[in-house]
Ligand binder design. Structure first.
Ligand code: IPM
Ligand code: MG
Length: 362
């Protein structure tokens, strides 16, 4: 194992972010203790917490700390309190999270959807749809598309208020995320479904053209171009047909929330956002969940599995990632559940207790 200390920027953010991030850290420390890896954590403000403290959602200190770190471990941002700030760039998501993703060059958002055997009954789907296991990897483009396109504004036109969002993608942006999807598929079951609305959108037509062209370099991988609405339906009809799903920023966002319900809860899905210049941004796919914040009842498993992804991608420690996964599996097998995945007869535990249980088993 590496002898150097990994520099981790810790950005808990808002809402349940401050409750789940410490659970991930507990598990990282447990792995560190077992494998002799040192982590050097530095905490910084982001989102609403940063707005309240220093007036901006992404303070310069936070950005430079993040850029200089080996990885950024991120909780969640946002909440009603900051939803109406003007200009919009002062709000937690467009002013904090998005510029951070962009600055780190984290264009590839990897979101694995894995159903733990003992949680099949917590899924909203009939168990037979998932029996034998489900293992999908979403590869979501993260720094382009409608989230970032300009103009993004409101105008008065002939006495009416018109809102405009622009969706734009370059062939370069599509090509690099497509390569990521094919490379991932090559290490898995060799199937890529690329999602678009090529029947409606120009960006989708370019997306399909470029992805199809990139596919020629991966003769060992099968590509299917699928319309996004159909993909939404297929995920519920027959999720086991999927291996890697490649999607743009918006479709990837929507479809991963849907897919989270296959895994039982939004609180189960981790993610890694990676690029070429930096070790990456590691965040659970869910948000700050203001409705349950401060009650120690959020599910920290998404964050704990996110820590595992960080070990794998930023800290050259696949063994640690496997340890975390097995520990989560064993805690679930023993019937411990946070309230979002509770089933009759299980042992309902708090967020911090779940963190303790997983860390102890590491
Ligand atoms: C996600 C989240 C964010 C996104 C929100 C919080 C802006 O939903 O990472 O999936 O849409 O990217
Ligand atoms: Mg989302």
């Amino acid at each position: 194992m590496s002898s150097r200390a990994y520099k981790i920027a810790v950005l808990p953010g808002d809402g349940i972010g401050v409750e789940i991030v410490p659970q991930g850290i507990k598990c990282l420390d447990a792995v560190g203790a077992r494998l002799g890896i040192a982590f050097e954590y530095t905490e910084a403000l982001v989102g609403g917490a940063a707005i309240d403290a220093v007036g901006v959602p992404l303070p310069d200190d936070t950005l430079s700390l993040s850029m200089q770190s080996d990885a950024v471990f991120f909780g969640a941002v946002g909440g009603a309190k900051w939803d109406n700030l003007q200009p919009v760039s002062m709000r937690p998501e467009p002013g904090g999270l998005f510029p951070l993703r962009k600055a780190l060059g984290a264009y590839a958002n990897l979101r694995p959807v894995v159903v733990f055997e003992s949680l099949i009954s917590a899924s909203s789907l009939k168990p037979d749809r998932m029996e034998g296991g489900l293992d999908i990897l979403f590869v979501r483009e993260l720094t382009g598309g409608i989230y970032f396109g300009k103009p993004k504004e409101r105008r008065e036109v002939d006495g009416e208020t018109v809102a405009i969002d622009t969706c734009s993608y370059s062939d370069f942006e599509i090509r690099r995320i497509a390569h990521m999807a094919f490379l991932q598929a090559r290490r898995r079951r060799g199937i890529v479904h690329s999602v678009d609305k090529a029947n409606v959108m120009e960006t989708s037509r370019l997306w399909r053209e470029v992805v199809t062209e990139v596919a020629e370099q991966y003769p060992d991988v099968t590509l299917t171009n699928m319309l996004a609405d159909n993909c939404g339906m297929q995920l519920l009809r027959d999720p086991k047909q999927f291996d890697v799903i490649l999607a743009d920023n918006l479709f990837g966002d929507l479809l991963t929330d849907e897919a989270a319900m296959l895994a039982g809860s939004l609180g189960m899905l981790p993610s890694a956002s990676v690029g070429e210049q930096h070790g990456g941004l590691y965040e659970p796919i869910h948000g700050s969940a203001p409705d349950i914040a401060g009650q120690d009842k959020a599910n920290p498993i998404a964050t704990i599995l996110t820590a595992a992804m960080m070990l794998r991608y930023a800290c050259e420690c696949p063994d640690g990632a496997v340890m975390i996964r097995s520990a989560v599996e064993s805690v679930l097998d023993d019937g411990y559940r946070t309230v979002d995945i509770a089933t009759p007869g299980c042992d309902v535990v708090s967020c911090s207790k779940m963190g303790d249980l997983v860390a102890q088993r590491i």
